[in-house]
Write a protein of this length. Structure first.
Length: 219
């Protein structure tokens, strides 16, 4: 339902807003995704923005001449992502932050309200669920091509799990402000990214449903 509303908004077009400066040429911010986080500022939920998290975890910018080809290979080689021409992939990459993060850094915290998602370009991250008594259960390990934190970016909800770098990692970051800019300036690319996220979320739901069905059948 949430994704249908997002696609409906893209189809109608974002409402006009005042232009804001962007560091690499994007013209304006639709304020759709970014305001989802501002509206909940009074909640007790911890808001964790990328601008605040990046220096905390020692994230360092990556030369775009190196990172953009990595992103293009991963995007073009994944069956779940929407096919785009080479020029479109370059345009899309301009709305991403590319960073390296050392090992043993928590890039996403459980239960926080985050305004960004991550695309793994290189390295391995652990995806853990922290238990009430403090223990951690490993749910998965993320590698090149995996996306992390996309649900919170879409619905402004709490993170379900914590994600920690197990090795030095190269990541592409999509934050709410840049996603707004993409939708306002390049709606076709914004739709392509959202379609990709919906496919991944649908696949994940199918996997969970299959596991649950197998578990119930065994009882």
């Amino acid at each position: 339902m949430a994704l249908k509303k997002l696609f409906g908004r893209l189809k109608r077009g974002a409402a006009p807003v005042a232009a804001v400066p962007a560091h690499d040429g994007a013209a304006s911010d639709s304020a759709f995704f970014s305001t989802q986080f501002l509206e909940r500022s009074g909640d007790s939920q911890l808001l964790a923005t990328w601008s605040a998290r990046a220096p905390e975890i020692g994230a360092q910018p990556v030369d775009r001449a190196v990172a953009e080809p990595m992103f293009a290979r991963i995007w073009g080689g994944d069956r779940c992502v929407t096919a785009l021409a080479a020029d479109d992939i370059v345009k899309l990459s301009r709305y991403l932050h590319f960073v390296t993060v050392p090992a043993d850094r928590e890039v996403i915290g459980q239960d926080e309200q985050g305004d960004y998602m991550l695309i793994v370009l290189d390295g391995t991250l652990g995806v853990d669920r922290v238990q009430p008594w403090g223990g951690r259960v490993r749910l998965a390990e993320a590698r090149a091509g995996d996306m992390l934190g996309e649900m919170s970016l879409l619905d402004a909800g709490a993170r379900f799990s914590a994600c920690t770098t197990l090795t030095p990692c190269t990541l592409a970051v999509v934050d709410a402000r840049r996603l707004d800019e993409m939708i306002a300036n390049e709606p076709r690319l914004g739709l392509a990214l959202l379609a990709t996220l919906s496919r991944r979320l649908s696949l994940r739901l199918r996997q969970v449903s299959a596991r649950l069905s197998a578990l119930l059948s065994s009882n």
